[in-house]
Ligand binder design. Structure first.
Ligand code: NAG
Ligand code: NAG
Ligand code: NAG
Ligand code: CA
Length: 580
């Protein structure tokens, strides 16, 4: 990556520096899948730990103890399956959430002791249409010691500790008491509180030992932009504005994007404060003036309307295919409501970047987009669809993986893949035909339209400790899969400019298959997935939805980047299964 970094030069550095409210510290190679070290507040280092996840997939499925019972509940089926598979008592399994998708039912549990959940020892089970288990991910542990389940430190004291350590304020979101597994095998009891600092842009969930009073772990809800958004010199707005009428998907947003059922105009999925309607009602026509600064009233409105449109389009697409979405009124379709994304454009907290914070289902996501200062006049990230797409996709991946906790892309490896999915979604959305331009980096900073062809493979991660670079490897693999599927199955439009857009089910193109597998695999994969478990989730998603008809296409594409059969511990394999 050294050479690449050199080519990106000061632009890349500027962007990474702009985002160092949280600095990543190199983690030893063998800890990428289980640890991440963060520097918080006044330089305090916190190493978070997520026990290894095992992940098994079963193609056509295996039976569970209640397969044959008359009317098994998903809760009963899940608990009895895990108890028998892991040979643990069912009292150590606490059911948390479930979701019925088109091709599978997903259940999410945590390990428990005395009825108290373990925050970082969790499991998920997916059942196919035949009520057989098709995927099982687990990070359950055999604890060395477990602290008493009665706190001896008050919540008030824990809040003070968390606020001081993380340089922020308790945000009043109800605190919980949860266990947390440490990497020495001991299990601590913790007060779990959220601490935010609006100025610094931080938003953490802090785990304060309820016996010793020490901060033992954090969840970082904020994911920063990736440098793939560097194409700030791309003249996206100059590619033309278009008036789009009623683009909402009425399956995901039955009353459109503006109505919650009781109030109109504020936004049901996404709220971008203070953009008035032009006349008549629900018309949002604000001509953009590229010669004027982005801060003129007209340009600010244009930017807000664009961000609102892109974020809502992605919301509708993802919610149609999965769950744990951001919405004020869910219209009875499941999940926890009252959590629309708030978007702050031209946020003054930074420049040349953007970020997205993903708290658990039921709490609003927060997107902040900053001005870009590399040109005159400055440019507004909210008008670059890549940026909005990249950021919103962080919300999608952080919510769906692990079933809505916002805690399941926290290790270095999983967090890195988080960047990769965001770039891959931007890559997918941008294609308007079956053309397959090479996936290139740096075409702008190198002033070379061919950019830098990217040779990254699975084993490249061995030398990478930084989430953006790890994300690049994953984005490249996903691009290869996209290209292979489109080559084999063609391309069909994802979004209609017509009203309404074509639902995804209408599409037979490789790009639709890619989108379905992308979203389905997120729901199947374990909490804090690795490249290997994320790959297995794609293969299983194809078995669930397409009876495995794309299996060999997927394996060949993964194997071409070193993630073939038997790839492990960042050692490449180009092997594909027999019969492919
Ligand atoms: C996780 O699994 C890897 C490989 O299977 C192993 O090398 C490592 O020691 C495990 N780590 C922990 C903390 O259990
Ligand atoms: C929030 O962060 C800013 C700087 O980033 C700092 O000056 C301020 O003290 C922090 N606020 C709290 C409540 O710690
Ligand atoms: C709100 O919007 C809905 C759907 O567009 C419409 O039917 C309703 O009349 C509106 N209500 C108000 C108070 O404007
Ligand atoms: Ca929700």
């Amino acid at each position: 990556m050294k050479n690449l970094n050199k080519l990106f030069g000061s632009v890349l550095l500027a962007i990474i520096c702009a985002s160092t409210t949280v600095a990543l510290v190199a983690a030893p190679e063998n800890k990428r899948a289980t640890h991440k070290t963060l520097v918080v507040g006044g330089g305090l280092e916190v190493t978070v730990f997520y026990p290894n996840s095992s992940f098994e997939t079963f193609e056509q499925g295996i039976e569970h103890p209640l397969t044959k019972s008359a009317s098994p509940t998903i809760e009963g089926s899940t608990v009895s399956f895990i108890a028998s598979r892991l040979k643990v008592d069912s009292s150590t399994i606490k059911f948390r959430a479930s979701h019925s998708g088109e091709t599978a039912r997903h259940a999410y549990v945590s390990q428990a002791h005395d009825g108290i959940s373990f925050a970082n020892a969790v499991a998920s089970v997916a059942f196919n249409r035949d009520n057989k288990v098709v995927a099982f991910g687990s990070s359950f542990v055999t604890p060395r010691t477990i602290a008493s389940s009665k706190p001896t430190i008050t919540l008030k004291a824990a809040i003070t500790t968390a606020e001081k350590a993380l340089d922020g304020n308790f945000n009043k979101h109800p605190a919980t008491v949860e266990y947390i597994v440490k990497d020495d095998g001991s299990v601590a009891l913790t007060h779990v509180v959220q601490v935010q600092n609006e100025t610094a842009g931080t938003w953490y969930q802090a785990f304060v030992d309820a016996h010793s009073g020490k901060l033992v772990s954090i969840v970082d809800f904020v994911t920063q932009a990736s440098y793939l958004v560097v194409p700030i010199t791309s003249e996206t707005p100059s590619q033309g504005f278009q008036v789009i009428t009623d683009p909402q998907d009425l399956t995901s947003s039955p009353l459109g994007w503006h109505s919650t059922g009781t109030t109109n105009f504020t936004g049901n999925n996404v709220q971008v404060p203070t953009t008035p309607q032009s006349s008549p009602v629900l018309n949002f026509i604000y001509p953009f003036d590229p010669a004027a600064p982005p801060t003129t009233t007209g340009n600010m409105h244009a930017a807000r309307v664009n961000a609102f449109y892109i974020a809502n389009s992605l919301h509708d697409l993802a919610y149609r295919l999965s769950a744990f979405n951001f919405q004020t009124n869910n219209f009875g379709k499941g999940g926890i409501q009252n959590d629309p994304v708030t978007i702050s454009i031209q946020d003054r907290a930074g420049t040349n970047n953007a970020d997205f914070a993903t708290p658990p289902d039921g709490q609003s996501g927060r997107m902040r987009i900053f001005l870009w200062t590399l040109t005159t006049p400055q440019r507004d990230g909210a008008l670059e669809n890549d940026i909005v797409t990249h950021e919103f996709t962080h919300g999608i991946t952080n919510r769906i993986t692990g079933g809505g906790t916002g805690r399941c892309l926290q290790t270095t490896e999983a967090g890195g893949m988080g960047k990769g999915w965001s770039d891959a979604m931007a890559d997918l959305i941008e294609h308007t035909s079956s053309d397959l331009p090479d996936y290139v980096l740096g075409q702008y900073v190198t002033d070379n339209p061919a950019g830098i062809l990217n040779p990254l493979r699975y084993s490249s991660i061995k030398a990478l400790n930084e989430v953006h670079n790890i994300g690049e490897v994953w984005a490249n693999m996903l691009h290869n899969i996209y290209a292979a599927l489109v080559t084999a199955k063609g391309w069909s439009p994802l979004f209609g400019i017509t009203n309404p857009p074509p639902p995804p089910e209408d599409g037979s193109g490789g790009n639709y298959i890619f989108l379905h597998l992308f979203i389905d695999a997120l729901a199947l994969q374990p909490c804090n997935p690795t490249f290997v478990s994320a790959r297995d989730a794609w293969i299983q998603a194809d078995a669930n939805r397409y009876a495995g008809s794309n299996k060999c296409i997927l394996w060949k594409a993964f194997a071409s980047r070193g993630l073939g059969v038997g790839a492990a511990n960042f050692v490449d394999s180009s092997a594909i299964p027999a019969g492919c």
